[in-house]
Design a binder for this molecule. Structure first.
Ligand code: TDO
Length: 191
């Protein structure tokens, strides 16, 4: 497992070690000890999976405290552009984003801390996306921000008229109007 820092220090890429042989391959996809030593103390409690067609964009999503979620995401089929946006008011990287291609071939994982909005766009015919989170789904704390917010200005590198989003995401507020995070310790409860 190799941990690679991005231009937003709290967001990291994890490259997995793949053991290939004549049967196929084996890889460890999460090790709490390595994660805690190299990234942060964490207690993942829910695993999620979604399947989407080419052009589907899910995002930008986040949950407010006390249900803010860290996410450890990867793609098991196909490819996506995955984006994490810093929405911690007062952060030196507020409004900035990291975009990474995650695919079944590169097997990269992205760690998105609490305090970030997250979204991904499917660039293959179909993609299966899987992730761990460290707080349960709490619909009343679930929030979204427009994927095409000009203040964030994400380069999705995909024709806009081919992007498919849910009704909810289509009607999401802009970052400037959204309810966001104070820049406090969002991990106070993690011992
Ligand atoms: C996220 C989630 C959804 N659901 C339900 C609610 C709804 O009926 C259905 C689909 O929900 P959504 O439209 O919110 O699913 P989706 O758009 O895939 O939402 C996800 O998007 C990515 C980008 C994230 O970062 C995730 O945290 C999550 O917000 O699944 C759960 O039961 N548990 C969950 O944890």
């Amino acid at each position: 497992m190799k941990i690679i820092k991005t231009k937003i220090p709290d967001v990291v890429i994890i490259e997995l070690k793949v053991f290939g042989d004549n049967r196929g391959y084996f890889m460890e996809t999460f090790r709490q000890d390595i994660f805690e030593k190299n990234v942060r103390k964490i207690n993942f409690i829910q695993d999620n999976e979604s399947k989407s067609k080419r052009g589907v964009l899910r995002g930008l999503h986040y949950q407010l405290p006390p249900f803010a979620q860290s996410k450890l995401v990867r793609v098991i089929k196909g490819s996506v552009i995955d984006v994490a946006v810093d929405i911690r008011k007062g952060s030196s990287t507020f409004g900035k984003y990291v975009a990474v291609e995650l695919s079944e071939d590169n097997k990269k994982q992205l760690f998105i801390p609490r305090g970030f909005a997250h979204g991904f766009l499917v660039t293959s015919d179909e993609a299966i996306f899987t992730y761990k989170v460290d707080n349960y789904y709490a619909p009343e704390y679930d929030r979204n921000i427009r994927f095409d917010d000009p203040d964030i200005n994400i380069n999705w590198n995909f024709p806009k008229d081919k992007i498919l989003v849910s009704e909810k995401d289509k009607n999401a507020p802009l970052l400037k109007d959204a309810e966001i995070f104070e820049y406090v310790d969002l991990y106070e409860d993690v011992q």
